[in-house]
Write a protein that binds this ligand. Sequence first.
Ligand code: HEC
Ligand code: HEC
Ligand code: HEC
Ligand code: HEC
Length: 191
Amino acid sequence: MKLIKAFWTKLKSPSKAALGIVLFMGFAGGLMFWGAFNMGMEATNTEEFCSGCHAPIVAEIQETIHYSNRSGVRAICSDCHVPHEWTDKIVRKVQASKELVFHFMGTIDTPEKFQERRAHLAEREWARLKANDSLECRNCHQFEYMDFSEQGSRSAKLHSTALANGEKTCVDCHKGIAHKLPDMHGVEGWQ
Ligand code: HEC
Ligand code: HEC
Ligand code: HEC
Ligand code: HEC
């Protein structure tokens, strides 16, 4: 009883040192939490992370200009794709039903299943980029700084017309720049 009382008075009137310790612990804890959170955010932005589920795509991209070019500037997955909110999706689907989780986990887990679903996924990505006027492309490629005299005549013509007047956005004309195209049968405007 005496001990508890002594402890209580100590708590009620903490010495400056104790207060300092408490504050320091709070500060360090906050710092650690912030660090872990950022590490998590960064880890989910790496190609290794994406390759866990999208290995075929990671292999394909190495043949494209966004992987290797004369300027040595690389675009990685997350530069073009806001990492899809898969954690949200998983959480939502766990809440909905367990079968759905398995379905979700298995939708593209074999090359055959991926090929079958690829057109659908590509369409979703085109729709997203169309809706935001190809925001992720424009993070690196800015129309205002395009030097038409340096571009091929076909590029310069289309960029100074359909792109300039806002009729079309990058992904309307540039499909399959980073990946193999899915089977395009039945895709609107494609022949
Ligand atoms: C845990 C596995 C997993 C990881 C890790 C993962 N994905 Fe996915 N991703 C999927 C699945 C499964 C689908 C297909 C969903 C479906 O079938 O509807 C998908 C679909 C996509 C699509 C198609 C468009 C869409 O909204 O569905 C894009 C783009 C994509 N992922 C990009 C990425 C990028 C970029 C990363 C890394 C930042 C990443 N993914 C990491 C499992 C994953
Ligand atoms: C992280 C920056 C970055 C992002 C994001 C990006 N690009 Fe690029 N892009 C580049 C670089 C760097 C090159 C190569 C430039 C060079 O050296 O010629 C390039 C080249 C290109 C080319 C030229 C192809 C060729 O064969 O000459 C096209 C077309 C292109 N990008 C379209 C796009 C589109 C469409 C998007 C959005 C879906 C996009 N880019 C997103 C950096 C980026
Ligand atoms: C109306 C169609 C159209 C739109 C919209 C469009 N492009 Fe292009 N772009 C082309 C064509 C066609 C080429 C030439 C491709 C070829 O010759 O292989 C081209 C070429 C390019 C090149 C290579 C330039 C060269 O001549 O070396 C880059 C980089 C590029 N586009 C980026 C973009 C970006 C980024 C956007 C969006 C801000 C965009 N384009 C919007 C049609 C378009
Ligand atoms: C330069 C921009 C760019 C980069 C870099 C990029 N993507 Fe994509 N991605 C796109 C576009 C645009 C589409 C829409 C389909 C198309 O045009 O090929 C797409 C489509 C997809 C799809 C849907 C299925 C398909 O094949 O169309 C998946 C999954 C995907 N990307 C994952 C990735 C992963 C994983 C990486 C990193 C290895 C990556 N992307 C890097 C621009 C990019």
